[in-house]
Ligand binder design. Sequence first.
Ligand code: RIB
Length: 296
Amino acid sequence: MRVLNIGSLNLDHVYQVDHIITPGETEATCGLNLYLGGKGINQSMALAKAGVEVYHGGLIGDDGQPFLDACAEYGVNAKYIRKIEEKTGHTVIQIDKHGQNSILLYGGANQCLTESYVDEVLADFASGDILLLQNEVNLLPYIVDKAYEKGMVIALNPSPYNEKLDAVDMTKISIFLLNEVEGAQISGSTDPKEILKVMLEKFPHARIVLTLGKDGAIYADKAETYFQPIFPVKTVDTTAAGDTFTGYFLAGLTEGMPIPDILRMSAKASSIAVTRSGAVPSIPYRKEVMEALQEA
Ligand code: RIB
């Protein structure tokens, strides 16, 4: 079983601010850093750092070379990442003094996937392989349909949630990894128990991982439910915390670990990520996560 992630690659422009800017306000920033990010590549990096052999598919511009270098450094297979004549996706991220963020996203090359590119990548994968997706690239409905036809196991992080997801046939998704905001948008409820109930009614064969920020995370499928509290830490930057959780969760699943152990490992990995700045650089390696778990 192999893991393919077709997802975004963003150059994150991260500004330190006193507070997240409000409409009409001008605020001087306290600092600027440029990090590699994008929900797609963050999740591939988390999988790789957790020890999984992961292939990343996606598009970058000429300014995207640092992603290829990072893939080589962290062990993500980048053979499907293509350079095109478009700007690499980028974000403008504000981080306030509590580590909370706000993200403005420019899709760029991430929105230029073509059906022929998707066909070419999927041609190398087969029934039982895992396909991970987020909502920062175009053609999600097509990718889901084609991967499902092949018998791939599809994991979806429906983030950021927007109307484009309405065109995705979610009955073809085997694993949902989402937060309470996305859960509310899919289920119409803000209560975590109700979100899980509605989702399992709609998608009875799916496994659902609902992250709840400081309130922890819940796993549910039609047979069992598990709750995982957070590991409290001093938060510096929450960017990529969810991506870290997603990557580690899938890593645990591919290894056949018991769900409570996977949740614990994923929560610990996220708790480490939020103590560091940036997306890709904040994601811990498995060794560090396991050592921290032993100390916990
Ligand atoms: O999930 C965090 C990511 O969201 C950031 O790295 C940013 O690029 C946005 O895609």
